[in-house]
Design a protein around this ligand. Structure first.
Ligand code: FE2
Ligand code: FE2
Length: 439
């Protein structure tokens, strides 16, 4: 790489001197020589060449002395190195100029060529150093500024991104929460379907759910396991929706062999019904086995002991206990039901869960829907079923007595009420007592 050119300005009113100096400096390739015959000319050249590195001026010139010229030159090109050529008589003025900073060095005339070359070479190095230093300072300042801007942009971007991520996170959490609660609501809605289909077991699924969930809490199951037990409890009898009308509410012990076969399909149908929902597959397995007995005498797969899923064993206990509860007056139901099921531990029910049930049941018992009130309904004529008992005298719209309080509805009585309702409608719903729930 060739060194950059350095411009050197020579100012002297004697053309011979500038010529001689030019010749001298031509020896150095790096120098680019400019000349002027007066201070005024020199200033003119400087104005057009602000990159001049070295200025050499004679002291004795008409109009403007070298020191005056260099003082002016300093204002135009402060970084250029200024050298004064002076006679012995002017040395004091030269030293003054050096002290005021107008001049870098002075040389006495006549000069020694070698000395002059060395002084100028030193001046050039000094100028280059200053220029390089200046360049580096500017570069550092520029890079600092860029870094600062980059930093503040980065900071802003980080803040923006953080806010963005937080907002996304919040929205995601909210929609996840919404999804979760609508999933739960859907399961409850499905569970309600079973109870609408079979009024005799009104509240059964919800009671089993409360008990099974309380048992899961007692067992300290984690949230996800508890949620599975809860969903399975809500839906455990959903397969009964497919049972024929005449089987609803009939206790299994009173069923014919054929009907019993049909009834025993409900855990499989329940599993099949929800199998298309991947999030409910585990729940489906629990539902499938909720009628398995620990001694292997249950259905549908005659699983034994610990081969029965834990959730299914919990639901089996809650289910059996809840059915027993409704056989007794509310006041004594808890103790009586626990006594009723006690022979079943180790046969139908998992003995490990006995203490869990006995702890959980009293906690939830007051919240279970087992009072006789549940069997009292207000129904429309179209909803009357054989076996319902009329709770007050029933009159037609125009006041004709139709049936006495206490009448147990059969097909004939139902047909009578429906026919009269068409021709002589009454406003009120019919208060009835529903048969006791299935055993
Ligand atoms: Fe069941
Ligand atoms: Fe059940």
């Amino acid at each position: 790489m060739t060194a950059p050119q350095i411009k050197i300005l020579l100012v002297d009113d004697e053309p011979n001197i500038t010529k001689a100096l030019r010749r001298l400096f031509m020896q150095v390739d790096q120098y680019d020589i400019l000349t002027a015959a007066s201070g005024a000319d020199g200033l003119q050249i400087l104005e057009n060449n602000l990159d001049i590195g070295v200025v050499i001026s004679d002291q004795r010139m008409p109009q403007m002395t070298g020191v005056e010229f260099l003082a002016q030159a300093r204002k135009l090109t402060p970084d250029a190195v200024r050298i004064l050529l002076t006679g012995y008589a002017d040395i004091e003025a030269s030293i003054n100029a050096i002290n005021k900073g107008a001049v870098f060095r002075y040389l006495t005339k006549p000069w020694n060529d070698q000395d002059l070359l060395e002084v100028v070479a030193e001046a050039v190095r000094s100028f280059q150093l200053i220029a390089e230093n200046e360049r580096l300072n500017k570069l550092v300042a520029k890079q600092n500024l860029a870094l600062q801007q980059w930093n503040s942009r980065l900071k802003q971007r980080v803040l923006d991104q953080t806010a963005h991520i937080r907002a996304k996170g919040d929205a995601l959490a909210e929609s996840h929460q919404q999804l979760r609660s609508s999933f739960r609501e859907t399961i409850e809605a499905l569970s309600n379907l079973i109870e609408i289909r079979d009024r005799r077991t009104s509240g059964h699924s919800h009671n089993v759910t409360k008990l099974a969930t309380a048992m899961a809490a007692e067992l300290q199951l984690d949230d996800s396991e508890t949620e599975k037990v809860r969903s399975a409890a809500l839906l455990h009898d959903i397969g009964k929706i497919g049972l024929p009308e005449h089987l609803l509410g009939v206790p299994p012990l009173q069923m014919t062999e054929k009907d019993l076969g049909e009834y025993r399909l409900h855990p499989i149908r329940g599993q099949a019904a929800i199998d298309m929902v991947p999030a409910l597959r585990d729940v489906g397995v629990i539902i499938r086995h909720h009628h398995e007995h620990v001694d292997g005498s249950g259905f549908p797969d005659e699983l034994r002991g610990r081969r029965i899923p834990f959730g299914s064993r919990i639901i089996c206990v809650a289910d059996t206990f809840e059915r027993a509860l409704v056989h007794y007056p509310e006041r004594t139901a808890l103790e009586s039901a626990l006594r009723e099921i006690s022979p079943l531990w180790g046969k139908k029910l998992d003995t490990d869960l006995r203490i869990i049930l006995e702890t959980a049941a009293p906690i939830v018992f007051n919240h279970l829907d087992i009072s006789a009130e549940v069997a009292k309904l207000q129904v429309k004529p179209r909803d009357l079923k054989a076996g319902m008992q009329l709770l007050r005298d029933l009159y037609s719209g125009t006041g004709v007595m139709l049936l006495n309080k206490g009448t147990i509805f059969d097909e004939t009585a139902i047909a009578l009420v429906k026919r009269r309702y068409q021709i002589d409608p009454f406003d009120m719903d019919i208060p009835v007592l529903v048969e006791p729930r299935e055993k």
